[in-house]
Design a protein around this ligand. Structure first.
Ligand code: GLU
Length: 298
């Protein structure tokens, strides 16, 4: 059963701690701003966002800073690392520019694109129809599932049906604001800015459960093996790169890079590094189209 498999990696609880503390992961190039691009830069038509970014020599990308294994700060090096950062770095490398990573919380991802604070968002962001009204997305680069996390010794919550009257933490501006309203209407929602706050709140007993994407909850279990996943997957959450609304040439370019990342083995290597080694689960790059991802939410 998936839950059991996810849980065994509690044995490896220290692993990520060691990884975060020592930066002893693979020697790849997924690092914070300052990474010098090594690939031969392509040329783009004058007036495109790609040409503008190349002229600037830099792209600003909003990512999570406290969500291992997708976007988190390596405490020793100060670099931001994770699966989202690997995809982001592939885009910067294709442009031949430096990546400047800024923190994008769930609630400020869309404003950051609208006001130009970020050129792109790779912040565990689910593609859905409501968001697609405000911004554009690349093709899906990852598929997460909605789950529930509780304390290992809590026998009172075994699935979403047990959340009535319980305090449940999730992030403000996340898809789980609505998921919890719909699936657990009598749960008391605790909406916070960052998932590290949810982790602290469940650890100190201020909330009974956390609900968000499986990979984010898995990151919490890696940090604290007294936590476990319960119940069946609640939702399917296809992650897309967030792009300012209406920039179709940039959208096409980003989707092209995502496709290349999936096809040439980088996706599988990144998945294995950040997720697979802890879960012992194999995964294939998603084949879901952008339209299918949007339709899924309607
Ligand atoms: N993928 C979900 C979302 O985009 C939850 C994770 C998050 O809040 O970043 O809302």
């Amino acid at each position: 059963m998936q839950g059991t498999r996810w849980r065994w990696m509690a044995i490896l609880a220290l692993a990520l701690g060691v990884l975060v503390a020592s930066g002893c992961g693979d020697d790849d190039e997924s690092a914070d701003g300052g990474t010098t691009a090594t690939t031969q830069a392509r040329t783009f038509d004058e007036g495109t966002t790609m040409a503008r970014l190349q002229q600037a020599g830099e792209i600003t990308i909003g990512v999570k800073f406290e969500v291992p294994p997708f976007g988190f700060k390596n405490v020793q090096s100060g670099d931001v690392e994770g699966f989202d950062i690997d995809v982001a770095q592939a885009i910067a490398d294709e442009l031949g520019v430096e990546a400047n990573y800024i923190e994008a919380l769930s609630d400020n991802r869309i404003p950051f694109l609208k006001d130009g604070t970020a050129d792109l968002i790779l912040s565990t962001m689910t593609i859905n129809a409501e968001r697609d009204e405000e911004i554009d997305f690349s093709d899906p680069y990852f598929i997460a599932r909605g789950r529930i996390l509780v304390k290992e010794d809590d026998d009172s919550i075994n699935g979403v049906g047990d959340l009535g009257g319980k305090e449940v933490c999730t992030a403000l501006g996340s898809t789980y604001e609505d998921t919890l309203k719909r699936e657990a209407p009598t749960a008391k929602r605790r909406l916070v800015d960052s998932y590290s706050e949810c982790l602290e709140l469940i650890q100190n007993g201020a909330v009974d459960a956390v609900s968000t994407d499986d990979v984010i909850l898995t990151g919490m279990i890696i940090q604290d093996d007294s936590l476990k996943l319960v119940g069946e997957p609640l939702t399917t959450e296809p992650y897309g790169v967030g792009i300012k609304d209406g920039d179709s040439a940039f959208q096409e370019f980003v989707s092209e890079v995502v496709q290349k990342f999936k096809d040439d083995g980088r996706w599988a290597a990144s998945y294995q590094k950040w997720v697979g080694q802890y879960t012992e689960e194999d995964a294939e790059p998603p084949t879901m189209t952008l339209k299918e991802a949007i339709d899924l939410s309607t």
